[in-house]
Design a protein around this ligand. Sequence first.
Ligand code: FES
Length: 202
Amino acid sequence: MSLKKPAEDQPESFEFNSSSLKAANSIIAKYPEGKKQSAVMALLYIAQRQNNNWIPLAAMKYIAKFLDMPYVKVYEVATFYTMYNLAPVGEYFFQVCTTTPCMLRGAYKLVDVCKSKISQNENVISKDGKISWMEVECLGACVNSPMIQINDDYFEDLDEKKLEKIIENIQHGQKIKPGSYKGRKSAEPENNRVTLMDSKNA
Ligand code: FES
């Protein structure tokens, strides 16, 4: 599992821009009077989206004031969940699932590719500033393992060569295609199987 440590270089201040403010207020409006602290996770997520996919300490302090709650409580939430980044990440942020189904299907070979092609250690941005990676727990796409999430999209049924090609495309400024890299639609069976009735043990 990855270490979560706030970045050493921190901006001095943070505040929501107008669209984040609108989103934050509409989330808070969903909670009963006096319960706006319940919106803390959503507001951290909004701050992360606004701030190039990571949350500075100033944003946690800002959210604490925004929700009338102690800063340490916001800090506790932000440091507990892996979906919050506490330091800058690459423009392309790779989350490599290494939980059991992905691990059995070669996730650590993908980790080796990340180490050799992006950066030796996770949470370190590549020299060209474009990519960073980290190991994460199950992302709920086990049937298409091994898989990684890049920003908001899933890249599935991968192997070393396919991942190397994805990284190469990013480095050359080309588009990358999400989805199955075995040509499967969603999680459909391989080889066009549509029923289990032709299976001897079904
Ligand atoms: S184990 Fe990797 S997506 Fe579930």
